[in-house]
Design a protein around this ligand. Structure first.
Ligand code: AMP
Length: 616
């Protein structure tokens, strides 16, 4: 399990927030952590937007730069905490004028533009709920999430609206307002409103209404193995964990310039791209552009980024342009001297990437682990501690983690309501967390059944398989279910299979993740065709294009194989596990539930693929 340990022999340039892991864990309490937050004036509760913006705007930091937005054209726009307080107040007033109130959902389908920050924090000020969507989703995932979230307001651009929403608007009667960002007052297509015009008319002062810590604040969609996407509900109290975990695991200091490369459509882009760094009152770099190695090094250098939170896929892409074996011409042509801490999240971080950081950028990469449901970082490699490359690190203070013994279905074994905690080191099991940290999701929206299935015997079950070594470091092994991590995005195979089955030629589909050296996994679909359709190259192209149109490039399969003999269980479920084992040449494992092959040839009726997830 262990390779080369990176020892922190020379003290870092800036003294880390957490200096002694054991001492900090022993002395930690969430109620004390809560004291770092201000709370709404007049003891009126706790509101994320107040902590992230207004309290700085009311202090000497009002003129400090909150956002430094780098446009696609490399222009730089600075937004101070004072500016952000005014624009978010305006947006809260816009929502009020539109009749959007407490708890109602405001959905964003936007790239990393300055308006996004206004909308997110203005929504929270209005005590409405912000639900971000990934702008690379296609029309199907967008419409489904708009429906599932009970969206009242959508904020997007004219182009995204035309491409992804307009055609489905009739099926979204609950969506009362669509606000179009950019292009001025005349750019809003029929049936939408101009964000700019509404903002120009709105007052720039706003008093946040009393907000209970348990009031819903954020809704993040995540994918399961089966069924619709799950809307994980987060509350304002999550701010306590955002603040503390960013202090520990990202080692944020008030004078840092911080860059999180995650898309704001996903939980990392929200919790650590917006909320946590602004709560710390520092300067956040926002890049509107897409990945490009030279551009990224230039941003690190020109913006004097000191703390950088990125992802394994991005690091692997950088490693392609500059291998660890050198030459290091590209990164060395930039002054990266301001950089002092690098962290990564979202997928397994290869030991090679940790060492690449050390050798090429002069700083090792600190992997950390969390997921949509946990709302904040749970396990991390820390600035003051040695790094074990390949390990996710150790649980943060206040986080109680355990490895649970696995049952036959791969998940934690639950017998008569009880689980078994594995104490011996090195044993593979499901990672579980003891509820009690403030950013734990409060349930999946409208889905008590799947919420209940995520807990057993007083533990939250993460769905991840891990090992813990004798010193308490956690090592990621894989998912216990069929969800796919591709380029850091969690993709539900069911969503992809369902879209493919909308194609008239498709009888059935099974979707898996196929390992890829850069993206971690790519989505691969195995498709059985209906009688009368031929498995030709043209058909493959047609299916690829069809799914891309519906699902968008981030979710659609990158590869399609035809297979008229998809393996099924006796109850008719496609056995993705077996498809994956066969694809990778792995042992097939337990196939006692495999359907008799005589019935196997595409016997299951056309319709949605059957469930395979235990919790569903
Ligand atoms: P999401 O909810 O989309 O953020 O995805 C969470 C999932 O990403 C986790 O359950 C893991 O499967 C995976 N993940 C996140 N961080 C790590 C990490 N550091 N190492 C390995 N897998 C990770």
């Amino acid at each position: 399990m262990r390779g080369e340990t990176i020892r922190k022999t020379t003290p870092p340039r800036v003294a880390p927030n957490l200096r002694d892991y054991a001492e900090e864990c022993a002395g930690f309490s969430w109620s004390r952590a809560r004291e770092a937050l201000r709370g709404l004036p007049g003891s009126r509760g706790l509101n994320i937007a107040y902590e992230a913006v207004d309290r700085h705007a009311a202090s000497a930091r009002a003129a400090a730069v909150a956002l430094r937005c780098v446009g696609r054209d490399d222009s730089v726009t600075c937004v101070t905490y004072g500016d952000l307080a005014a624009s978010t107040a305006r947006f809260a007033n816009v929502l009020g004028r539109l009749g959007v109130g407490r708890g109602e959902r405001v959905v964003t389908l936007l790239g990393r533009c300055p308006e996004l920050y206004t909308v997110v924090l203005g929504t929270l000020k209005n005590t409405s709920v912000l639900c971000p969507l990934f702008s690379a989703f296609g029309p199907d995932p967008v419409a489904q999430r708009l429906r599932l979230s009970d969206a009242r307001v959508l904020v997007t651009t004219a182009e995204l609206y035309r491409r992804k929403v307009a055609g489905q608007r009739d099926g979204l009667p609950g969506l009362r307002h669509v606000l179009i960002v950019g292009g001025g007052a005349d750019a809003a297509p029929a049936g939408t409103l101009s964000f700019d015009a509404l903002m120009a008319d709105a007052d720039d002062t706003f008093t946040i209404a009393p907000t209970a810590p348990d009031d819903m604040a954020l809704l993040h969609f995540t994918s399961g193995t089966t069924g619709t996407p799950k809307g994980a509900v987060h509350v304002h109290e999550a701010a306590v964990a955002h603040y503390v975990t960013a202090w520990y695991a990202l080692d944020l200091h008030p004078d840092d310039v911080y860059w999180c490369t995650a898309d704001p459509g996903w939980v990392t882009g929200m919790s650590y791209g917006i909320v946590a760094p602004l709560m710390h009152g520092l300067t956040v770099v926002v890049d509107e552009g897409d990945y490009d190695a030279r551009r990224w090094y230039r941003i690190l250098a020109e913006q004097r980024v000191s703390v950088w939170y990125t992802a394994p896929t991005a690091l692997r892409m950088l490693m392609r342009t500059t291998p660890r074996t050198g030459p290091y011409d590209l990164p060395r042509s930039f002054d990266l001297g301001a950089l002092r801490f690098i962290a990564s999240v979202g997928e397994p971080l290869n030991p090679e990437a940790v060492l690449w950081g050390r050798d090429v950028l002069g700083l090792p990469v600190h992997d950390n682990w969390w997921q949509t449901e946990t709302g904040s970082i749970m396990i991390a490699n820390l600035a003051a501690c040695d790094i074990r490359p390949g390990s996710m690190g150790r649980p943060l203070p206040g986080v109680a983690a355990a490895v649970l013994r696995r049952g036959e279905d791969g998940r934690a074994e639950v017998t008569d309501g009880h689980v078994t905690v594995v104490e011996e080191p090195g044993v593979e099991g499901e990672l579980a967390l003891r509820p009690g940290w403030p950013s734990m999701f409060r349930g999946y929206l409208h889905d008590e059944r799947r919420t209940a299935a995520a807990f057993a015997d007083g533990w939250y079950l993460t769905g991840d398989l891990v090992r813990r070594d004798a010193d308490g470091w956690y090592w990621f092994v894989g998912r216990a279910d069929d969800v796919i991590k591709s380029a850091g995005h969690l993709i539900g195979p069911f969503e992809v299979e369902s879209a493919l089955m909308e194609h008239p030629a498709v009888a059935e589909a099974g979707v898996i993740g196929r390992p890829d050296p850069v993206a971690g996994n790519i989505v691969k679909a195995f498709v059985a065709l209906r009688p009368g359709f031929d498995p030709t190259a043209a058909m493959r192209q047609d299916l690829l294009a069809f799914s891309r149109r519906r699902l968008g490039p981030a979710v659609a399969p990158r590869e399609i194989a035809f297979d008229q003999h998809l393996p099924h269980t006796r109850s008719g479920k496609v056995m993705r596990r077996l498809l994956r084992a066969r694809e990778l040449g792995l042992p097939e494992g337990d196939i006692s539930t495999l359907e008799d092959s005589a019935h196997g040839a595409c016997a299951s009726p056309r319709g949605a693929p059957q469930r395979t997830e235990r919790s569903a």
